[in-house]
Design a protein around this ligand. Structure first.
Ligand SMILES: NC(=O)c1ccc[n+]([C@@H]2O[C@H](COP(=O)([O-])OP(=O)(O)OC[C@H]3O[C@@H](n4cnc5c(N)ncnc54)[C@H](OP(=O)(O)O)[C@@H]3O)[C@@H](O)[C@H]2O)c1
Length: 250
């Protein structure tokens, strides 16, 4: 069993990699920065699974087929694909540049399509099952100011998840998404370091707190395991109840 996690060197991706390794999977991590990848590889070493690293920028969508084919040669095949790498460019919609728009859409949406396609082709050719888990967001359902490209990309992930699930169910490739609420990582640092926002999140989230990235690891293990073989096309929101309420709960 081998799992590939994009953006697996830190944050949510690293927590998912740790959970899958503990559940018995070998691991492949992709991210841009090699030093951080090596650190993640060392941090996972104690679990006892094989961990390989591939420095790669997911914005370079045209290069995904080639790097994936190298990963397949090296590993013999990937069973579980976690499309986690993502990022955002903030800006009000009337001034957001097309460059920033394209960056976010390439990273958060187009790369997910390209890597999922490469994954599925190999699984189909070898007549092997597969699991794809896309990391979306509560912003695939709701949005706020200055994140138009990000919210559009995550809304796209919700529909892409359903479309890939429908196309590939006949090959026993399950495609689901995990939609995190708010978790403390480098991506959200400007938010959790802002006292007003921190207080707002605690009031806005019925559980009254930020999520812990480990909680996403457990959800990923479920969606990667045979326990979820009849679940496909779904987004599992791990959000402390964020999407279930219209506003502040205290
Ligand atoms: N944190 C939250 O509250 C939250 C909520 C909802 C959804 N999400 C989603 O969860 C995913 C992970 O977020 P996170 O909070 O863990 O972010 P993070 O702490 O910023 O970590 C991002 C990871 O992705 C890698 N990465 C970033 N840009 C990349 C690129 N162009 N090519 C390849 N790898 C890249 C980073 O490594 P390098 O920088 O070395 O490339 C790192 O490993 C994202 O899709 C995000 O949208 C997060």
């Amino acid at each position: 069993m081998c799992s590939l996690i994009t953006g697996g060197s830190r944050g949510i991706g690293f927590s998912i990699a740790k959970a899958l390794a503990k559940a018995g999977s070998d691991i492949v991590l992709m991210a841009r920065n090699k030093m951080r990848l090596v650190k993640a590889q060392n941090d996972l070493a104690g679990i006892g699974r094989n961990v390989r690293i591939y420095p790669f920028d997911m914005v370079e969508v045209d290069g995904i087929k080639e790097i994936y084919s190298k990963i397949i040669d090296d590993t013999g095949g990937i069973d579980i694909l976690i499309n986690n790498a993502g990022g955002l460019r903030r800006g009000s919609a009337e001034t957001l540049s097309l460059k920033d728009w394209n960056f976010v859409i390439n990273l958060n949406l187009s790369s997910v399509f390209a890597l999922s396609q490469a994954f599925a082709k190999e699984r189909i050719e070898k007549e092997k099952r597969g699991k794809i888990i896309n990391i979306s967001s509560v912003t695939s359902e709701v949005t706020r100011k200055h994140i138009a490209a990000y919210a559009a990309s995550k809304g796209g992930i919700r529909q892409l998840t359903k479309s890939l699930a429908v196309d590939w169910a006949q090959y026993h490739i399950n495609v689901n998404a995990i939609g995190p609420g708010y978790f403390k990582t480098d991506l959200t640092r400007p938010l959790w370091q802002d006292e007003m926002f921190d207080n707002w999140i605690k009031k806005r989230t019925p559980e009254g707190r930020w999520g812990s990235p480990d909680e996403l690891g457990y959800a990923a293990v479920f969606l990667a395991s045979p326990a979820s073989d009849f679940i496909t096309g779904q987004t599992l929101y791990v959000d402390g109840g964020f999407l279930s309420t219209m506003g502040s709960v205290s």
